[in-house]
Write a protein that binds this ligand. Structure first.
Ligand code: COA
Length: 144
C-alpha cells in the first residue's frame, strides 16, 4: 500500500478530525499548518489515512493528534509521520500517550519522564487524560 506524507491543507481538517476522534486523540484547535497527513494512492485526492501534528508552546513543542487508519496500521504510515514531524523543531518535543504506544515512540528517541518534569503548558491536558483513563505517560525527545 502506497502512502505519501505531506503537509495538510485546510480542506483536510474534516478528515483529520475524523481520524483523531476515532482514536480518542487531541481535537483542540485543529490548525492545518501544524499537521502532516499520510495520503493514500499518491494523488492529491487520495484518502487521508494518517495524521499527526506539532503544537508549539513557549520553549517546546508537543507531538499530538497522531492517528493512523485501522486498515493502514503497521504499513509504516505512523513511522513516516513521526520521523518527519520531529525534524520540524530543534528544541525539546513532548508528548502524552497511553502505555501501548510507549515502545513505538521510543523508536524515535522519546523517553519517559517523571511527572516532576511536566511542563505547565501540558498540565491541563495531562489531568484531563488522567481523569479519563487513570494513568497516562509523558515522554520527551531532544533533537539529535
Ligand atoms: C501508534 C500508531 C500511530 C502507529 O502507526 P502505524 O502506522 O501502525 O506504525 P508503523 O507501521 O509506522 O510502525 C513502525 C514500527 O513501529 C512498530 N509499532 C507499531 N505500533 C507499535 C506499538 N504500539 N508499540 C510498539 N511498536 C509499534 C511497528 O511494528 C513498526 O516496526 P518495524 O519498523 O520493526 O517494522 C497507530 O497504531 C495508531 O494510530 N494508534 C492509535 C492512536 C495512538 O495511539 N496515537 C498515539 C497517541 S499520541
Amino acid at each position: 500500500m502506497n502512502c505519501r506524507v505531506e503537509p495538510a491543507q485546510p480542506e483536510d481538517l474534516p478528515a483529520i478530525a475524523e481520524l483523531v476522534a476515532a482514536v480518542g486523540g487531541d481535537l483542540e484547535d485543529l490548525l492545518a499548518e501544524q499537521f502532516l497527513v499520510g495520503r493514500a494512492d499518491s494523488t492529491s485526492r487520495g484518502k487521508i489515512v494518517g495524521c499527526g501534528r506539532l503544537k508549539p508552546y513557549p520553549g517546546f513543542c508537543e507531538l499530538a493528534s497522531l492517528a493512523v487508519d485501522g486498515e493502514w496500521r503497521n504499513s509504516g504510515v505512523g513511522r513516516s509521520l513521526v520521523a518527519e514531524l520531529v525534524t520540524w523543531y530543534e528544541g525539546p518535543i513532548y508528548l502524552i500517550c497511553e502505555d501501548d504506544v510507549v515502545d513505538f515512540f521510543r523508536r524515535f528517541g522519546f523517553v519517559l519522564i517523571p511527572m516532576s518534569g511536566m511542563l505547565s503548558g501540558l498540565q491541563s491536558k495531562w489531568q484531563r487524560y488522567v481523569a479519563q483513563l487513570g494513568h497516562i505517560n509523558i515522554m520527551r525527545r531532544y533533537a539529535d
